[in-house]
Every structure is written in C-alpha cells, then in structure tokens.
Design a protein around this ligand. Structure first.
Ligand code: ADP
Length: 622
C-alpha cells in the first residue's frame, strides 16, 4: 500500500487556518454541508445510472448514514453515491483553488471576523467546514463502476494531506471526523436528530442515524430514519414556515444567510410544475469571477434530475436559486434531451414571467428590500435588457439608476426619469464612468445642470454595454452626453465661431491625437472636453472591449473647447499675436490632457504633461 503526502493549495491552506482557528459560532452547519454533499453524490450516481446501468450495480437503496462512535470519538457521514477516484480526491479535496477564495481571504483580512459565518456562507466552504469540529478528517471513498479502487484521504487541516489505497465494500464515501474535545456533543443521538430536522429534513434520501444502546450489558445497534424526506415545494404554501423555507434555501444554496425573498407557486393547465425559487440577500463572492452556474434544480415527480439544466433560466437570472419539479417531463430525461426541449422552454418563459412579476411586486411593496436586491444583482438584470428582447421593456422598468439629481444611495427608475423630463427634452441622457464620485464632477454635465435636465450616471462595468443595447425606452432614445452633437444644446454663437475659426484649424492640424478641434456648447465651468463622434464607441466602451480582449485600436475623438473660458481665450490671444507660436500648440495639448483626466481616462504621456505644466510655471516666474 502506498501513501502519498501532498500539500494543500496555498489559498486553501489559509482558508483552512481560518476555519480551524476562528470560526466558533454556527459550527453545527458542518453536518448540513456534509449531508448536502452526500445527497449530491447520490443524485449524481442515480442520474448517471439512468443511462449506464452497470454503474449503480445492485445497490439502489440510496442512503445517507450518520454513525457516531463514542469510544473512538468519531462521527462518520456515509453515502452510497458516486464516490471519487484518486485523481478526483486529490483535485477536489486539496489542490483545486475554489473560486472566490482570494476575495474571501481579503475580506477576512479586513477584520470582519465577527461575521465570519456569514462570509463563509456566501463563499461556501462545503467539505472543509468539517474542520470546524475536527482534529482530523479521514475520507474513504470508492467510485462507482467496475474495477474502481478505494482511496483514503486524511488531514489534520493544515499544511498537507495524505492519500493512499484502502478497501471499501461498495461505491460511495465515508467522511470520518475525529471530533475535537469541545465538539463531542455531535456524538449524541438527540443532537444529530435535532440538526437533521432543522437543516436537512427535506433531503430526498433517507438519513439513517445508527446508534448503540446498552441493553442488559449488551450493546445493541439501532437504526432510525431521521428525516421526513418531504419535498417542501410540494407542500401547500400557507403551511410552510419562514424558517422551513430558509433552511431549505440554505441546503440548496450553501448560503448561511436567509433568502431575501421567496417565490413559491404551482403552474397548472397546459403546463404542470411546481417552482420554489429564492432571491439571495447577498452577492456570492465568486459571482463575477466564477463560471456562472445555473442553480435551479430540476426534478421530475420528486426525483432529482440535474442542477445543470442551463435552459431552465436565462443567464441574466443566474442569481435565482431553487427547485422546479415537473410532471410533464419523462423520468429518464437525459441531458441531451434537456438541451433543446420545447417543454423546458415553456417552463423557462413561465419562470421568467413569474420572477420579473415578483421583482416588480417587491419594488412596489417593499422598496427597501428591492434596493438591497438591486445593489447585489441589478447589474445582472441589465444584461437581460440586451439579451431578452421579449422582456426588454419589463426588465428596463425594473432598473434603478443614480443621476445628477439623486442623493447618495438614492435611486430613480426610468419611468420616474421620464416623468421629470422638461417638455423640451427629447432624449434620456446618460454618462458612463468608473466611479460615481468623478462622474458627478464630470464637465459633460455642465450644460445639463444649467438647463435643469437630469443625466443618468452609470458606473457599473456592464453599463456601457447596457446603454448601447437598450437604444430606447418608451419611445425616448438613450443618448450619451459625451457623444456626438446634442439635439437640444444651444448653438455655438456666431461671433465666437468666426473668432476661433483659424485657431481651431491650426489646433486640428497640430494635435494628431484628435480627429478635430471644435467649439463646445456643453461646457460652462470647464475649458475642454473630449467627445466621441456620432455613432462612435465611447471611451468606456472601448476600455470594456479591451478588457474582454477585443483590441480594436482607439478611434480619435473630438476635442471641444469652451469659447467663453479664460484659458481658451488666452490661447486665442497668443495665436492672434503670433500664428506660428509653438506655445499655442503646446497649450492646446495641455487642454487635451485636461479633458482626458476629466473623463476619468489616463494620459498617454505623463512626462510630456509635466513638461507643459512646468513650462507654464516657469513662464509665470520669468
Ligand atoms: P462543493 O460541494 O460546493 O462543490 P465541497 O468542498 O463540499 O464543495 O466539495 C468539493 C467536491 O468534492 C465536490 O464538488 C465533489 O466533487 C467532491 N465531494 C465532496 N463530498 C463528496 C461525496 N460525499 N461524494 C462524492 N464526492 C464528494
């Protein structure tokens, strides 16, 4: 028999350190996590065995077993599920970086340890939560299928783990936890019974508690099924308590926090299914970094089919967790069949309708809660505007925005924006940027403030994409204030146009970085700004495309100057004195730098910028 010692992935090691040393409250959740894994393992095998009979062998009496052993001080959680081979064990329990680990560790470092269980819940440590109560964990597992070899895995939770050969009768997994001195309560039958009732009652497979009882000096083994296995989604709504919903939600989502909102209904008529869906209260850690996984589980008549049915919900509703149980699909439905199934498509559009309806309800009836939801997932909803044409308007009506008029932390909807538009305003104005703070200071807003018109301020990464794709809302088109000409901005006055004509031509020729230099009608306090030409991509959109790996080169933009600004007038004065002056072009470039900084971009040549500023300073002195 060979045993190998392997090191945990560094990030996992740090994570384990936190789990072992600083998580004391709510540590009973380890049992829920292990039962959840056991149940998943059984579901996986049951599903695979639908198409490959040889996998499950004779064993179809699915079971999760809890075996406390007071003499040994161990609690064993066993299942007869799919099991793991050596490669899987090493990968899944030690060497693969769990997505979001970095972000999680950073948040922990910020000293938010008090709320560690909440953090860890969003992050979901799963199997590793066993180390909250264990001195040592041993895993004995054997994959389903002919010729599989049993593997053992063992660790004290820091630094390294060992992997070796072992024996196990059938397929499945035993997690053997050597309980810490202060966690011996998890050996008590009543404690385990309670925890299963609280956290895992609805698990579809029997959870069997195996205890020993002293009887006339003899020890007797007793087996009892401790969960009711009742599918919560089939029960009538008014009989289900909030806590029951919450604990079911935690079971399927691995979230420690309660759900923000629950949607439970049953569709009847041409389409029959039950749906129990949840909106999480917080954004999971790996929400933006991990491959988005749909988390709505599909059941057929109470039998788990898959949690990887991608067409059950569109990507932009990927934050929704829950269960759909259909009685129209065949039990032996394969993944391929689900791919392009008209029934699944019908279920999807029904779910989407209900979810959007529920969001609308929440917005009207519990606005505070809706804002919490929107802060976490509003960005995702915006993706839907581009992707789901049929629901575009409904989705757009659900969006919340900050604008030049909203106070910090307050929002307005598109309908509210339109409702407040002055009569002469034809378009919905918006400005995209990286930070709300600099957006509010942006020179592009000056003319709008002047005219009492509101501008939506968009600071999420998805926003440039969203704004391009929405096009219009209720007949009002979206218009970027840093792009093209403004339909209802005042004309540049004729005297100015004439006075500046030659200078503009000179600057246009000498500043190659820009397409054109022209006079602006959108500035009040600022001297200059850069605008994209009509139909040209905005600076934010270009940056976004670059982030996604689409290098498309930058399109030169238009430099606009404020003819009434002293700095601009001074340059005109210099030019009129000496039309060949080098200084004029240099100062023009300085205005370009200024415009670049004001829109939140980076100047290409900071040392040239410094040289120009220095020139100005020494000119003052000299
Ligand atoms: P998660 O369950 O969120 O994927 P875990 O850390 O709990 O994360 O588990 C990591 C992986 O280890 C699982 O995805 C699964 O592949 C494997 N695993 C854990 N427990 C079991 C089990 N009882 N049977 C089979 N595989 C398991």
């Amino acid at each position: 028999m060979s045993t190998r010692k392997l090191k945990f992935k560094t990030e996992l090691n740090q994570l384990m350190d936190i789990i072992v040393h600083s998580l004391y409250s709510h540590r009973e959740v380890f049992l829920r996590e292990l039962i959840s894994n056991a149940s998943d393992a059984i579901d996986k095998l049951r599903y695979e065995a639908l198409t490959d009979r040889s996998l499950a062998g004779a064993d179809t009496e699915w079971q999760i077993r809890l075996v406390p052993d007071k003499d040994a001080g161990t609690l064993t959680v066993s299942d007869n599920g799919i099991g793991m081979d050596e490669e899987t064990v090493i990968r899944e329990l030690g060497t693969i970086a769990r997505s979001g680990t970095k972000a999680f560790l950073e948040r922990m470092k910020e000293g938010k340890q008090a709320s560690a269980p909440d953090l860890i819940g969003q992050f979901g440590v799963g199997f590793y939560s066993a180390f909250m109560v264990a001195d040592k964990v041993r895993v004995v597992t054997k994959a389903a299928g002919e010729g599989a070899k049993a593997v053992s895995w063992e660790s004290k939770g820091s630094g390294d783990f060992t992997v070796g050969d072992t024996e196990r009768e059938g397929h499945g997994t035993d997690i053997i936890i050597s309980l810490r001195e202060d966690a011996r309560n998890f050996l008590e039958g009543w404690e385990l019974r309670n925890l299963v009732k609280r956290f895992s009652d609805f698990v579809a497979h029997p959870i069997v508690l195996v205890t020993e009882e002293e009887k006339e000096d003899k020890k007797e083994r007793k087996e009892e099924t401790v969960n009711s296995q009742q599918a919560i989604w089939l029960r009538p709504k008014d009989e289900i308590k909030e806590e029951e919903y919450a604990s079911f939600y935690k079971h399927i989502s691995h979230d420690f926090a309660d759900p923000l909102h629950t949607i439970h209904y049953s569709a009847e008529g041409t389409l029959e299914f039950k749906a129990l869906l949840f909106l999480p209260a917080q954004r999971p850690f790996d929400y933006f970094t991990a491959e988005p996984k749909p988390r709505v589980q599909l059941y057929v008549n109470r039998v788990f089919i898959t949690d990887a049915c991608e067409n059950l919900l569109p990507q932009y509703l990927r934050f929704v967790k829950g269960v759909v149980d259909s009685s129209d699909l065949p039990l032996n439905v394969s993944r391929e069949m689900l791919q392009d199934n008209p029934m699944v498509r019908k279920i999807e559009s029904n779910l989407v309708k209900r979810i959007l309806g529920a969001l609308d309800d929440l917005k009207t009836k519990d606005y505070e809660k809706y804002v919490t939801f929107f802060k976490a997932f509003g960005g995702t909803l915006k993706e839907g505007v581009a992707r789901d044409y049929a629901n575009r308007e409904k989705l757009a009506s659900l969006l919340l925005f900050q604008s030049t008029r909203t106070e910090d932390g307050k929002y307005l909807t598109l309908d509210e924006y339109i409702g407040q538009m002055p009569e002469d305003q034809k378009e919905i104005y918006y400005l995209c940027g990286d930070r709300m703070g600099s957006l509010r200071q942006s020179p592009y807003l000056e003319v709008f403030k002047d005219k009492g018109q509101d501008v939506l301020l968009l600071d999420e990464p998805v926003d440039p994409f969203f704004a391009e794709s929405i096009g219009e809302y209720k007949g009002k088109s979206f218009k970027a204030v840093d792009q093209g000409a403004l339909a209802d901005a005042p004309e540049v006055d004729e005297a100015h146009a004439k006075a500046y004509e030659k200078l503009l031509k000179y600057l246009s020729d000498s500043i190659e970085e820009v397409k054109e230099v022209r006079l602006s009608s959108r500035l009040r306090e600022s001297a200059a700004c850069l605008v994209a030409d009509e139909g040209q991509m905005s600076a934010q959109m270009e940056r976004l495309m670059k982030q996604f790996g689409n290098e498309m080169g930058e399109t030169p933009r238009i430099l606009e100057l404020n003819p009434a600004h002293t700095a601009v007038q001074t340059i005109l004065g210099l030019y009129e004195k000496d039309s060949k002056s080098e200084d004029v072009a240099e100062l023009g470039r300085l205005l370009l730098d200024e415009a670049i900084i004001a829109e939140g971009s980076k100047i290409k040549d900071p040392s040239a910028f410094a040289r120009r500023v220095n020139m100005l300073i020494s000119r003052q002195a000299g």
